[in-house]
Design a protein around this ligand. Structure first.
Ligand SMILES: *Cc1c(COP(=O)(O)O)cnc(C)c1O
Length: 386
C-alpha cells in the first residue's frame, strides 16, 4: 500500500505562481488591479471571447449572469439535477425559480428532450452544466432557447478546455461562467469569471460585482487624477484580487500542458478498467473536446460486489482520495422542503448520484500514483471475477 495519502484534486502550483504572488506583495498592490486586468485579457484570448469579467467565484459569476437577465419573481430557469448546489442556489438568489430537467444516463448532461417537457410560459433561461468537462448538446439547447426566446447561461466550472463543434464552451450561450476553485483545471485558490458576447452584459456584471460602483475602484488610486465614483445599483462584493490573478495568469499559461497530462491519465484509466464490472465514462462525442475535469466510475453494489459508500471508505483506507460529483440535487433536504422535489422524479441523476465515484485526475499525479489508483480500484471493485 502507498505510504502517503493521495489528495484528491490537488493543484499543481509552480515557481512562477509563487514569484508572481510575492511580486504583488512587494509592490503592495493586493486587490483588484493590473494583474486581474491581464488575467481577464488572457482568459478572453484563450476562449476567443469578446469580454471577460473576473470575480471571486463561479457562484458569483452565475449569480451576476442571472441578475443581468433582470429575472422577476416567478420566472423559471431550467437546470440539471446532476450538478453542484451553486448552480441551483444562484437561480434562487437571482430571485427566480429553479426547474430541473433530468440528465441522459450516458453523458450525464442535461437531456434536451427533458428540457422541452419543462418549458412553461414562465421559463426565461436554461442553465446547462458541461458535466465533468463533457460538452452538453448545445445545438439542441440553443435551438430550444431560440424557439422560446430563452437566455442561456453556461456553467463551465468543469469546462475550461471544452469545445463543441468548433466553438468553445462558454461562448455558445449568452454567458459562460468559470471556476478557479482549488480543485478545478485552472486555479486561483478561489476565483471565477464570466465571458460575454455583449459589452453591456460585461459592463453590468462589472458594476454589480463591485458594490454597484460606476467606475473601476482601482483607477481611483492611480496618478491620473482623483475620480469620484457613483453607486448606480445595490451591488455585491465579488471582485477578484491581484493576489488571485497572480496565480491564475501562470496557471492559464499551462492549461494545455496540464490537459494533455490529464488526457493521458484518463486513457490509462479507461484501458485499465475496461474489464471491471463498473461503468466507465461514455466515449467522447465526435466533434467535441472533453476538458477531462473528472473521471467518474459508477459502482453498482450488485455488479461490483461492493456498495459505492463502502468503496469510498475502502479507497480512503488505501490512502487514495476520492470524490462524489454529485449526489443528485433533489436528494438534499432544502430543495425537498422548498420545492417538493423528489429524487425518484429524476431517475437518471438519482442513480448516478448513488453510484458515482470520482478518481484522482490531477496533472500532478505521477505514473506510480496512477498505478496505485488502478491497483486499488481493481482490488476493490473487481467483482466476483476479480
Ligand atoms: C465548482 C462548481 C461551481 C462553483 O464554483 P465556485 O468557484 O466554487 O463558486 C459551480 N458549478 C459547478 C458545476 C461546479 O463544479
Amino acid at each position: 500500500m502507498r505510504s502517503e495519502f493521495l489528495i484528491f484534486g490537488k493543484p499543481v502550483i509552480e515557481r512562477e505562481e509563487q514569484d508572481e504572488v510575492l511580486d504583488s506583495m512587494r509592490r503592495g498592490w493586493l486587490g483588484t488591479g493590473p494583474k486581474v486586468a491581464k488575467f481577464e485579457r488572457d482568459f478572453a484570448t484563450y476562449k476567443g471571447a469578446s469580454y471577460a469579467a473576473a470575480l471571486n467565484s463561479c457562484t458569483a459569476a452565475l449569480h451576476l449572469s442571472l441578475l443581468a437577465l433582470n429575472l422577476r419573481k416567478g420566472d423559471e430557469v431550467i437546470t440539471t439535477p446532476m450538478t453542484f448546489c451553486a448552480s441551483v442556489n444562484s437561480i434562487i438568489h437571482a430571485g427566480a425559480t429553479p426547474v430541473l430537467a433530468d440528465v441522459r444516463p450516458d453523458t450525464m448532461n442535461i437531456d434536451p428532450d427533458e428540457i422541452r417537457k419543462k418549458i412553461t410560459s414562465r421559463t426565461r433561461a436554461i442553465l446547462p452544466v458541461h458535466f465533468a468537462g463533457r460538452a452538453c448538446d448545445m445545438d439542441a439547447i440553443m435551438a430550444i432557447a431560440g424557439e422560446h426566446s430563452l437566455a442561456v447561461v453556461e456553467d463551465c466550472a468543469h469546462a475550461i478546455e471544452t469545445e463543441y463543434r468548433g466553438r468553445k464552451a462558454g461562448t455558445i450561450g449568452d454567458f459562460g461562467c468559470f471556476s478557479f476553485y482549488s480543485t478545478k483545471n485552472v486555479v486561483t485558490g478561489e476565483g471565477g469569471l464570466v465571458i460575454t458576447r455583449k459589452a453591456e452584459d460585461n459592463d453590468r456584471i462589472k458594476v454589480l460585482g463591485l458594490h454597484g460602483m460606476s467606475k473601476d475602484a482601482w483607477k481611483r488610486f492611480s496618478d491620473a487624477g482623483f475620480k469620484h465614483y457613483d453607486v448606480v445599483e445595490a451591488g455585491f462584493k465579488y471582485n477578484m484580487m491581484d493576489l488571485q490573478a497572480a496565480i491564475g495568469i501562470h496557471q492559464l499559461s499551462r492549461v494545455e500542458k496540464n490537459w494533455k497530462r490529464r488526457e493521458a491519465i484518463w486513457q490509462s484509466y479507461k484501458r485499465a478498467f475496461s474489464g471491471l464490472p463498473v461503468d466507465l465514462p461514455a466515449p467522447v462525442e465526435s466533434g467535441t473536446r472533453h476538458a477531462y475535469h473528472l473521471f467518474t466510475i459508477l459502482v453498482n453494489a450488485e455488479r461490483a460486489g461492493i456498495s459505492r459508500d463502502e468503496f469510498l471508505d475502502a479507497m480512503t483506507r488505501e490512502k487514495i482520495g476520492v470524490g462524489v460529483h454529485y449526489r443528485s440535487i433533489p436528494e438534499h433536504p432544502y430543495y425537498q422542503k422548498t420545492f417538493g422535489w423528489r429524487g425518484e422524479d429524476y431517475p437518471h441523476a438519482l442513480k448516478i448520484g448513488r453510484e458515482t465515484v470520482s478518481l484522482p485526475l490531477s496533472p500532478g499525479l505521477s505514473d506510480a500514483d496512477v498505478n496505485d489508483v488502478v491497483a486499488a480500484v481493481g482490488k476493490l471493485a473487481g467483482g466476483t471475477a476479480g
